[in-house]
Design a protein around this ligand. Structure first.
Ligand SMILES: C[S@@+](CC[C@H](N)C(=O)[O-])C[C@H]1O[C@@H](n2cnc3c(N)ncnc32)[C@H](O)[C@@H]1O
Length: 261
């Protein structure tokens, strides 16, 4: 299991964004809604929303399914969710690496833009397959390599530090999700390009989402003014003729089934 301290920092970063998250979450709303038509058309299911955040989609799941659990490792996110969302939902503060859930007890795991934060995705997948019933589904979205390439390459002009998290490739995910334990039934990847007024707008949105913590970054804290200036100058290579700053998000959406093994 990867470093607990790193995970605690990620949880804290998301927690500090619990109040600003919903107004910043335009990408998350898109990717989460995209998965909705893939949900099974029956309601007698036990469903887990893994990395539920503020519970926006947990609430929608609770309108469709009999038993819904919202799980997140940020207690502030969960606190917000409990206050705002339906009281039929069961909320669990827990880490995806160690789910406090019985073996073979969940029909469906839904997870929107969470697993890119799991450094050891193989271990998390093992845990998800432990709690899923045989034949159970994991319906999810995540971000893959190519995401925020404009920001990544602009920073690469400035220093060798890590300013954007490492995203897995589509091929890596396809290999992980197709094996003896599980099989991908559906998979789609697509680029979503969001528009920003400037790089500060992009940085503020990432902070508002709590998605600005980069594990393994060498220098702590903010970059100096000179470095920031240099990076924003490089970013101008991507600016569109109308003055808009684009940022690419490469979304991988999938539905996998747990095989009997
Ligand atoms: C980008 S947010 C997505 C929230 C929600 N699914 C949505 O669609 O709005 C990612 C969420 O995953 C949670 N998270 C990240 N790593 C986690 C882990 N290892 N265990 C549990 N929750 C985790 C974060 O606290 C955060 O709330």
């Amino acid at each position: 299991m990867p470093n607990e301290k790193v995970r605690a920092k990620i949880a804290k970063s998301f927690g500090s964004a619990s109040q600003s998250y919903d107004v910043s979450a335009r990408l998350q709303r898109y990717s989460g809604k995209y998965l909705m038509p893939w949900l099974p058309n029956r309601n007698d299911l036990t469903v887990l929303d893994l990395g539920c955040g503020t519970g926006f989609f947990t609430n929608i799941l609770a309108e469709h399914f009999d038993q819904v659990i919202g799980l997140d490792f940020s207690n502030k996110m969960l606190h917000f969710a409990k206050e705002q969302r339906s009281d039929v939902i069961t909320w669990l503060e827990a880490d995806a690496y160690k789910l406090p859930i019985a073996d073979n007890s969940i029909d469906l795991i839904y997870s929107n833009l969470m697993i890119q934060w799991c450094a050891d995705l193989d271990s998390v997948l093992t845990e998800l397959l432990r709690v899923l019933k045989p034949g159970g589904l994991f319906i999810f979205s995540t971000l893959i390599d190519g995401t925020l390439f404009e920001l990544k390459s602009s920073w690469a002009q400035v220093d060798n530090d890590k300013h954007v998290i490492d995203f897995r490739t589509e091929q890596e995910l396809n290999t992980l999700f197709n094996g003896e334990r599980c099989k991908l039934l559906t998979q789609e990847s697509k680029d979503i390009i969001l528009e920003y007024e400037n790089v500060i707008h992009l940085a503020r949105e990432l902070k508002g989402l709590g998605a600005n913590k980069v594990p393994n970054k060498l220098s702590k804290g903010l970059a100096g003014k000179d470095k920031w200036q240099k990076m924003t100058t490089s970013y101008q290579d991507f600016v569109e003729p109308n003055g808009i700053y684009p940022a690419t998000y490469r979304i991988y959406s999938g539905m996998l089934v747990k095989l009997t093994y």
